[in-house]
Design a protein around this ligand. Structure first.
Ligand code: HDE
Length: 691
């Protein structure tokens, strides 16, 4: 197999099937071993007689099984389950006053990007809708090297010092003795650790909100979390926090939906991203910067190096400086999404770190983990990790070296002249901001990190009543899975510093007395104002575009109604998914055959953002007899979904025992209705039904 054969465009060649009746003459390539030796029989191993033992000499068999035996690499110790896509970042305007980073110098410049979204705690095969933080890791292949913003969909973290990370992750993952529960925080170990780490309480508020069960990757924000620095050509440095703002708006599912989706389609998030890109509905985020200086940092009520704190957008507005567009799915999941190696230490001239102790620890951890996971130091030779700009260095050899530098000189300084001498340093290359760091060597937490509750409270009071109710329900659910009452009590004790009413609701829900509140390390600030930016519902989409309408049809349905609905859905930029009693589809009133994407059992209503039910009278009568159809509708109703229906479908509503009087979230099909209905669906759910 020549080098060209490894080219991605020719990938199908490598994968050609083992049909020995085809020859190279019919357009399909000849199958070979990895060494390029053609095979005449890929179906049978070499045996001593047809019923005899397999021979050791069978190099074809041995090579194939050998390779198969080594297909797996260690999964990521956290963020094991992820999904990636390619795209680009486009700079809106030159930011040269702020940073010399090359990608920000020219308006309209496009920088190739690769993004990997992930859950944190679950293993590679876990379900997408676990209640969890989502990773939001972006690799920007700039002209001055790769810059990775390895962020999350939540702007704060559980811990303040990287030395606690292994404890946090051990506590969050399955218990080591019993190996469950997987991909869940609803267990004693996790809440034991949380209740003993007051610094985690702000993040606890975020993960108990619907941020931890996003509708899809497309509808969530991303955050760099730590404070970084931007440095301009004059060497002037400012602090910066990075935000990714989804153009689609923010949206999450509800917990009962998350539970249902995990069963019906554990790949819900990856399928959503793949479909959106494949169908040309390209997801976009804007890069937002919060830029501030020492003067702000000194007067801010919290330490800007503390990763358990945000800088409220009301205090430092977010400036949108460019857009990230995902426009290409991977060709091969393993080669790209699995082998991509992010590292907080991958920065470029014009960007720099701060002394955030979590960031400092991460800068050690990522290189280290890639060595283990990818098996050697040459993972930058893999196409997804390699820079797309020219690069020259003297690093050589090691496992799987594919791109050793050429030429005689492999050291410097050297006295070889011209190209033979190899690369040389350039004074305009990366320079660290020369920050003075005085002080004795100590193992200490700064006093300025000691306020653990004020921003937790600010987050809570920034939510709408619906969101607050979801948080209380989430806390009750999670703590109800904790077997030891003293752990529950310790956690609720912290909640009293966040909000007494919330603590009371959780106590009620768990059936326990109000516990003592712990003595805070520092008295919380009583009156931080709410921040609208922290609520999902206050930042939701303004239309139904990009979301999915499940349309339940039956034989004999009025074709005009179906056509009017489909036209309106497409006009709104939404995705129609036809659900039929059988996957073969339905025959409409005029005999038109309408294909189905799902049958009722395989496409439960929990998979859709809103539903429409268009039936014929006969069809409604038949479906009224079917348990799956009744559940389909009853679930949509219970999950607060907007429901569009035609008069003929009434028998199904009666059979599902839904109220005879429709509420404002239910609309009857009629003239102009599909449009009005879809406008209504922008509101995500009819919350009034869910009280
Ligand atoms: Fe990570 N984290 N992390 N992390 N992290 C990893 O690197 C680590 C933290 C984040 O899609 C690992 O390649 C430490 C914060 C993402 O490939 C590992 C600490 C944030 C991803 C690691 C943190 C993140 C990772 C595991 C505390 C948000 C997935 C596999 C000091 C700002 C990247 C790997 C991908 C992955 C270490 C905390 C985001 C072990 C030590 C805070 C999105 O290196």
């Amino acid at each position: 197999m020549d080098q060209d054969h490894m080219n991605r465009d020719k990938r199908p060649d490598i994968q050609a099937g083992g049909d020995t009746h085809q020859t190279a003459g019919d357009g399909r390539p000849r199958m070979t071993t990895a060494q390029g030796t053609p095979l005449s029989d890929g179906q049978n191993s070499l045996k001593q007689g047809a019923r005899g033992p397999t021979l050791m000499e069978d190099f074809l068999f041995r090579e194939k099984i050998f390779h198969f035996d080594h297909e797996r690499i260690p999964e990521r110790v956290v963020h094991a389950r992820g999904y990636g896509a390619h795209g680009f970042f486009e700079t809106y305007e030159s930011l040269s006053e702020l940073t010399s980073a090359d990608l920000f110098q020219r308006a309209g410049e496009r920088t190739p990007a690769f993004v990997r979204f992930s859950t944190v705690a679950g293993n590679k095969g876990s379900a997408d809708l676990a209640r969890d933080v989502r990773g939001f890791a972006v690799k920007l292949y700039t002209q001055q090297g790769n810059w990775d913003i390895v962020g999350n969909n939540i702007p704060v973290f559980f811990i303040q010092d990287a030395i606690k990370f292994p404890d946090l992750i051990h506590a969050a993952k399955e218990a080591p003795d019993r190996a469950f529960p997987q991909a869940q925080t609803a267990h004693d170990n996790f809440w034991d650790f949380m209740s003993l780490m007051p610094e985690a309480i702000h993040m606890v508020m975020w993960i108990m909100s619907d941020r931890a069960i996003p509708r899809s990757f497309r509808f969530m924000e991303g955050f760099g979390v730590h404070t970084f620095r931007m440095v301009n050509a004059e060497g002037e440095a400012r602090f910066v926090k990075f935000h990714w703002k989804p153009k689609q708006g923010l949206q999450s599912v509800t917990w009962p939906e998350a539970v249902g989706i995990n069963g019906a389609d554990p790949d819900f998030h990856r399928r959503d991203l793949w479909e959106a890109i494949q169908f040309g509905d390209l997801p976009e985020w804007e890069l937002g910067l919060q830029v501030f200086d020492d003067e702000f940092a000194n007067r801010f009520a919290f330490d800007i190096l503390d990763p358990t704190k945000i800088v409220p957008e009301e205090e430092v507005p977010v400036r949108r400086v460019g857009r990230l567009v995902l426009d290409r799915v991977v060709d091969n999941f393993f080669a790209e999404t699995e082998q991509v190696a992010f590292h907080t230490g991958n920065i470029v001239p014009g960007i720099d770190f701060t002394d955030d102790p979590l960031l400092q620890g991460r800068n050690f951890s990522y290189l280290d983990t890639q060595l283990k996971r990818l098996g050697g130091p040459n993972f930058t030779h893999l196409p997804v990790n390699a820079p797309k700009c020219p690069f020259h260095h003297f690093q050589q050899d090691g496992h799987m070296a594919m791109a050793n530098p050429s030429g005689r000189a492999n050291y410097e300084p050297n006295s070889w002249s011209g190209a033979e001498g190899g690369p040389r340093e350039d004074p305009t290359g990366f320079q660290s901001v020369p920050v003075a760091a005085p002080g004795p060597k100590v193992r200490e937490r700064s006093e300025s990190f000691a306020d653990h509750y004020s921003q937790a409270r600010q987050f809570y009071i920034s939510q709408t009543p619906v969101e607050q109710a979801h948080m209380a329900a989430a806390l009750v659910f999670e703590l109800s899975k904790v077997e030891h009452p003293e752990i529950r009590a310790r956690l609720v004790g912290h909640l009293r510093h966040v909000n007494e009413e919330l603590a009371g609701e959780v106590c009620d829900g768990l059936g326990m007395d109000m516990p003592e509140a712990p003595v805070p390390a520092r008295e919380p600030i009583p009156d931080l104002p709410p921040s609208d930016a922290l609520s999902i519902l206050k930042n939701g989409p303004n239309c139904f575009a990009g979301r999915k309408l499940g349309i339940l049809l039956s034989d004999g349905v009025d074709i005009d109604q179906v056509e009017a609905l489909l036209a309106a859905v497409r006009g709104a930029g939404a995705i129609p998914a036809i659900v039929a009693p059988r996957i073969g589809g339905v025959k409409a009133s005029d005999g038109t055959e309408i294909g189905a994407q799902e049958c009722i059992d395989g496409g439960p209503s929990v998979l859709f953002d809103a539903v429409a039910i268009l039936l014929s009278e006969g069809g409604a009568g038949n479906l009224a007899e079917k348990h799956a159809a009744r559940v389909w509708l009853a679930d949509a109703f219970a999950h607060g979904k907007f429901i569009l229906y035609n008069d003929a479908s009434r028998p199904l509503f009666d059979a599902a025992k839904l109220p005879l009087e429709p509420d404002e979230g239910m609309m009857v099909m009629g003239d102009g209705m599909p449009r009005q209905f879809l406008d209504r669906c922008a509101a995500l759910r009819f919350w009034g039904r869910m009280r």
